[in-house]
Design a binder for this molecule. Structure first.
Ligand code: HEC
Ligand code: HEC
Ligand code: HEC
Ligand code: HEC
Ligand code: HEC
Ligand code: HEC
Length: 364
């Protein structure tokens, strides 16, 4: 189901030609460099920035992989073929889409069981973003529902932003400590990053908002599902404004829509009692240890999204309309008078319509 809607690649003469050309160029002029992870030599071709083509839908596809970025991502220790199965021939005969839920060639060290992201898949299926309803029937507008690749790209390990200011060089100091006992530099860096990058969001809160907003700010799409534009109403609140000013700690969409301790993929409708934004759970969500632990019960009455329509929030709508009218009603005349006054100062003797005086008439 995760392969739906993906673009079909074009296998044309052009592809074959470009491979032959590439091989000739690379063998003749350029030095060959292959990383330790890249034992299959995929980067032999895929490290070149020009590697691209335009497919049938006229989409420009960039096919290069930057080795350095690849190695610094959570998947950096995997072989390319761990995900891209069945790519064994050059030129490639077939390049099937990657299945994010396949079982990997590795075990979870904590349980010894084969590793996969299938648990995430289950959480997603059961969430409001799942493509099937309670009876197992496909929901309408399948293409509106996100899959793994809609929300994720392989991130880079993020340095600990909240410690950077007060403790620069945390990484060096800590890794130096590991080195008292351990030998391998790559081992230490890998596990340091593995752990510390999970002490904060992988993406900045603003990036989370943009990602959720790519659908929830799309008024047409949301209308199909009977939802308002939640991005707009969020940006109008204190949390949204704090985020715009660069506050990393202000609540983003996932802070309020995922119950503390749950998978981030378990987002439910506000009408579902399991939801973090269900009226009975709002207080628990807001008073979470990371947010407002000392909050009074009344905080639950705070409106996280204020949709300014007569139907949803009549009081706010009327107050807002009043102030808009008041502001426009007082500013516009004020501006007009100020401009007229300025003009008078610049041209003190200018008269727009000169009255024809009797004296003037007599001169003719
Ligand atoms: C000889 C050069 C060469 C090597 C080696 C090579 N590729 Fe490619 N690859 C290409 C070219 C050229 C294309 C685009 C034309 C095509 O699709 O055949 C491509 C296309 C792809 C695509 C499809 C992208 C798309 O959406 O169309 C994937 C995925 C891919 N390669 C992965 C790999 C992997 C994984 C390896 C290593 C096992 C690898 N390649 C090794 C040259 C190479
Ligand atoms: C963790 C899994 C994973 C690993 C490891 C991985 N890829 Fe990919 N790759 C993907 C996914 C997912 C896509 C998106 C397209 C798809 O679904 O097939 C992709 C897309 C691509 C594309 C096509 C880009 C495009 O825009 O369509 C190329 C080329 C590619 N990968 C090459 C590589 C090479 C070379 C390596 C090894 C250095 C590698 N990949 C390692 C998961 C992976
Ligand atoms: C609605 C958007 C969305 C969808 C769909 C989605 N994810 Fe996520 N996922 C997220 C967000 C947001 C995070 C938290 C990342 C962060 O901390 O910034 C996350 C976190 C993760 C993590 C943990 C990463 C880490 O290092 O902490 C994994 C693994 C993951 N997702 C896998 C998947 C897989 C597999 C799928 C498909 C079954 C999927 N996700 C679908 C939004 C999504
Ligand atoms: C005082 C010595 C000592 C220090 C300091 C130390 N380690 Fe270890 N570490 C060990 C020993 C001994 C083991 C193996 C025994 C065990 O599993 O408890 C181990 C196990 C590990 C393992 C598990 C390996 C496996 O395959 O089971 C990881 C990962 C690890 N250390 C990472 C680190 C990192 C990262 C640091 C620095 C932040 C660090 N260690 C600091 C002594 C140390
Ligand atoms: C690819 C588009 C897409 C993305 C990305 C997306 N959503 Fe959604 N979301 C939807 C659609 C479509 C629905 C309507 C689902 C339904 O009613 O079956 C929905 C429903 C919801 C609902 C339930 C609304 C209700 O009360 O009925 C919440 C809450 C929600 N999304 C939050 C989020 C958050 C938080 C993110 C970011 C982590 C996110 N969504 C990312 C498309 C998306
Ligand atoms: C401060 C907490 C908070 C933040 C941040 C937040 N929400 Fe909400 N959201 C709520 C609450 C609480 C509700 C329940 C309805 C209400 O009280 O307005 C809700 C309702 C919703 C609904 C259902 C609305 C309906 O009318 O059916 C969707 C969809 C949604 N939020 C998406 C998002 C998206 C997307 C973001 C990020 C741009 C976001 N939320 C940010 C707390 C939050």
């Amino acid at each position: 189901m995760y392969n739906k809607g993906c673009m079909r690649r074009q296998r044309t003469f052009r592809g074959v030609l470009s491979v032959i050309l590439l091989i000739i160029i690379m063998v003749c002029i350029l030095p060959v460099g292959a990383g330790a992870v890249d034992e299959e030599n995929c980067l032999f071709c895929h490290k070149y920035r020009g590697l691209s083509y335009i497919n049938k839908e006229e989409d420009f596809r960039l096919l290069y992989v930057t080795e350095d970025l690849y190695l610094n991502s959570p998947h950096g220790s995997l072989k390319c073929s761990d995900c891209h199965e069945e790519i064994v021939k050059f030129p490639h005969v077939e390049t099937p889409k990657v299945d994010c839920l396949k079982v990997c060639h590795m075990d979870d060290p904590s349980s010894g069981l084969p590793f996969s992201h299938q648990k995430v898949g289950e959480n997603l299926v059961q969430s409001v973003h799942g493509r099937f309803d309670d009876e197992g029937k496909p929901k309408q507008y399948q293409e509106d529902y996100p899959d793994c690749k809609t929300c994720h790209m392989d991130p880079l390990y993020r340095p600990l932003s909240f410690l950077k200011e007060t403790m620069p060089g945390l990484e060096e100091k800590t890794i130096a400590r590991c080195a008292i006992c351990h030998e391998g530099k790559a081992f230490m860096a890998k596990f340091f990053n593995h752990f510390t990058s999970r002490m904060q969001k992988l993406r900045k809160p603003m990036e989370v908002v943009e990602m959720c907003g790519s659908c929830h700010g799309d008024a047409d799409m949301m209308e199909r599902h009977g939802l308002p534009n939640l991005l707009k109403s969020y940006m109008e609140t204190f949390h949204g404004k704090a985020l715009v000013f660069g506050d990393e700690k202000a609540a983003d969409c996932t802070d309020c829509h995922v119950s503390p301790g749950e998978s981030i993929h378990s987002i439910h409708s506000m009408h579902d009692p399991k939801s973090a934004s269900h009226k009975d759970n709002i207080y628990k969500t807001c008073s979470n240890i990371d947010c407002h632990p000392k909050a009074k019960m009344s905080l639950a009455g705070y409106k996280a999204h204020v949709m300014l329509t007569m139907k949803r929030n009549p009081v706010e709508f009327i107050v807002c309309s009043f102030f808009v009218c008041l502001t426009i009603g007082s500013f516009v005349p004020l501006m007009i008078f100020t401009v007229l006054d300025m003009l008078r100062n610049v041209f003190p003797n200018y008269v727009l319509f000169r009255k024809r005086s009797k004296k003037q008439d007599e001169t003719y």
